[in-house]
Design a protein around this ligand. Sequence first.
Ligand SMILES: [Zn+2]
Length: 188
Amino acid sequence: MTVFRQVCPFHADEDIRGVATGDDGGSLSFTCARTSGHPHGGPHSWLYVPQPDGLPGIDGYAAELGLATELPAAIAQYREKWIEYGVAERAYALRCPDDFAALVSRYGHTAVRPKQYTASAFLAGVLGVLSKRGTVLYHLGPATGRWKYNSTISWWAVAPAPDWESSRLSWHDSGQDVSYVPGAAAGR
Ligand SMILES: [Zn+2]
């Protein structure tokens, strides 16, 4: 496991140790346990998804696609719920179908072909950056359905934070399939 530390963006003196999320991309989960000084009250959690060398920078392309506003808007469709990553990805894909198709064409998708770095890793990476800033809320949770090959996966919400125990929508319970992914076989 890569030992990796990041400083809480709201507490310059809190050096947080990342915890491996168990996905195959080497993502790390961070939580600053302080209960004051964070934008939404309580502890602050964020996700870090490593970006491979030699790919276009996450910041430039994410900005080009307006992801700092489009991703929170997609998640906000499920207000008052934590949604599993796949539900958020599908919501974004339906909201911005041309941009999502361009991402899949650029990075690929596990629904099309198994691959370590995918459009999903890119989008999760952008969500990770947004979660660190506090623009979206992040929680590590169980992976369900077709995402189950990850032991855990990111869950997302917009403020105010929904109750983690009672307000969750998993990919499995959403009843959706991956037909939103260009080139995917429906139902997988
Ligand atoms: Zn903090």
